[in-house]
Design a protein around this ligand. Structure first.
Ligand code: FAD
Length: 496
């Protein structure tokens, strides 16, 4: 441990994920003469590449993990150090690291992301998926696996269920339909036939790895631990990776609906408790002889054996090193509460990305979701806000916070979510317009008071720009409503 040293910087950012990296890059562009410091416990940082603005609010980009030197080369006034913050003295504007260094800041932005919520933290047969290292761990375990249990119903679980081949998958979800974080039961129904379908050759893993943890690009490569997590993965993380189990089968998935895990049993405990695996001949699974390393008991009383369990039940904001002895206002989800300038309740401390929870009165069609796009947008906006606060300038809330928009891929379909796509907060007083072509597209428009409030667009619908405009300008659609989703009509021309 080094002696306590003190370094002073104008701006200090903690976290080398997409929020932190975007924040330092924006700060560096806005004030090229200031000393900026990025502290991150990960040895690699996240870089946004191939950024494209698809429409007013939709954006597409890839993510690459790069060595820390990448930022310093592009932004000469930024210094990047691999350090883990262990405490913050907000009154004295001081950060302390695990190797005993102290860093003083004038303004600080916390971008430490989230930690996976694991159903059993210390069980060696339970894995969480978060960063590149955890995916590598998952892949290597999967190679020897005959059956896994995936718990959770969000994006990560959905992508895993689709990507895993050569292994039986039991998918345990607490809802009435699959992928419910993102889509409604109707869209889930659209996806269901793909659960046990073989992928076409063009759906096989891409050759180009978008997420790499390339040892050659980083001399400092070392395995991250749960205490010092790497940056969270993002869009397309799964499509580039080979996820193959030990069996010669393609997809073999069984879904258990409306269940949670009540207990994990090791084989001895299970037999001591005079319990056994549920025998269910309706399942697509083979009969395996011998015992499993772990058994999962569900709230419906069923017990399934498997090689390991993937816990994909979301993340909790990673605030731990900062909260002790400070007076941060915390949100009920565990995030650092931020106002419309991304300021926390501690003076000169800002937060962006998964670690924070927004508390401003949002625009009618925006809400926070811990997604990669929002981490990028918040990182950039936090930088602008920090600089504006220094100069006493008033800046408007960025336009990106006007409309929730998200592009992703499920079951190899393009999925675009706009506004209140699941009628969030609209009560029962709304109507849904649907256009479904089996195996091709699923279009859902959420209408209230004759105006478009949100949409789910699955497949190549080409409707995103028009629908985005209709949500933003709140045009009264009453006269056209019945024709809005008619496929023969070019909706764009209709509103020109
Ligand atoms: P992170 O990327 O988590 O970065 C946090 C950084 O802080 C890391 O560099 C970490 O090393 C550092 N850090 C943590 N603690 C300390 C400390 N004490 N001291 C110093 N440094 C510290 N979003 C999408 O939009 N689409 C998707 O398809 C998608 N898929 C996902 C799949 C997976 C498997 C996961 C885990 C997430 C996915 N997400 C997706 C969510 C998205 O990745 C996150 O919302 C986003 O990356 C958050 O960025 P961030 O910068 O806030 O945090």
């Amino acid at each position: 441990m080094t002696d306590e040293l003190e370094y002073v910087y104008k701006y200090v950012i903690v976290g080398g994920g997409i929020a932190g990296v975007t924040c330092v890059e924006t700060l560096s562009a806005l004030c090229p003469d200031e000393r900026i410091l990025l502290l991150t416990s990960s040895n690699l940082v996240k870089a946004v590449i191939n950024y494209q603005k698809v429409s007013k609010t939709l954006e597409s980009f890839d993510v690459q993990e790069k060595p820390m030197s990448y930022i310093q080369n592009d932004c000469p006034n930024v210094q990047v150090l691999q350090k883990t913050i262990v405490s913050l003295d907000a009154k004295n504007h001081m950060l302390r690291t695990d190797d005993g260094c102290k860093f003083k800041y004038q303004k600080l932005c916390i971008c430490t992301g989230g930690k996976p919520k694991l159903i059993a933290k210390d069980n060696t047969y339970v894995v969480g998926i978060r960063d590149t290292e955890s995916v590598q761990e998952f892949q290597s375990r999967l190679q020897k696996a005959r059956r896994i249990v995936i718990v959770g119903n969000g994006g990560i679980a959905t992508e895993l269920v689709y990507e895993v081949e050569g292994c039986e998958v039991l998918w345990a979800i607490k809802d009435i339909s699959i992928s419910s974080t993102f889509v409604d039961p109707g869209a889930a129904q659209f996806f269901l036939p793909h659960l046990n379908q073989e992928k076409s050759p063009d759906e096989k893993p891409l050759k180009r790895l978008k997420y790499t943890s390339d040892k050659e690009t980083s001399v400092e490569f070392q395995k991250s631990s749960l205490q010092t997590p790497g940056g969270a993965l993002g869009p397309d993380w799964s499509s580039s990776l080979e996820m193959k189990g030990s069996q010669s089968l393609c997809h073999c998935v069984h879904v258990e609906y409306q269940v949670e895990v009540t207990k994990l049993w090791c084989p001895e405990e299970l037999s001591n408790a005079c319990k056994a695996e549920t025998t269910n001949t309706d399942l697509p699974f083979s009969q395996h002889t011998g015992s499993w390393p772990i058994y999962v008991e569900l709230t419906n009383g069923k017990i399934y054996g498997c090689d390991f369990v993937v816990s994909a039940t979301g993340v909790t904001p990673n605030t731990e090193p900062f909260t002790e002895n400070n007076e941060f206002q915390m949100a009920s989800d565990g995030g650092l509460t931020v106002n419309d300038r991304l300021q926390t309740s501690e003076k000169d401390v800002y937060a962006a990305g998964d670690v924070c929870t927004t508390s401003w009165d949002p625009a009618p069609h925006w809400f926070q979701m811990r997604l990669w796009t929002q981490a990028r947008q918040m990182g950039a906006y936090a930088a602008k806000s920090m600089v504006a606060d220094d100069s006493g300038e008033e800046i408007p809330l960025d336009f990106c916070f006007e409309l929730f928009s998200h592009v992703t891929k499920f079951f190899n379909y393009k999925v675009i979510l706009l506004g209140k796509y699941n009628a969030q907060g609209l009560g029962s007083d709304h109507e849904l317009l649907l256009r479904v072509t089996k195996g091709k597209e699923y279009v859902k428009a959420v209408i209230q008071d004759g105006r478009l409030q949100g949409a789910v667009l699955i497949g190549d619908t080409d409707l995103e720009e028009t629908f985005e405009n209709l949500i933003l300008n709140q045009l009264d659609l009453t006269p056209f409503k019945n024709h809005l989703l008619e496929s023969a009509i070019d909706v764009e021309d209709f509103f020109d």
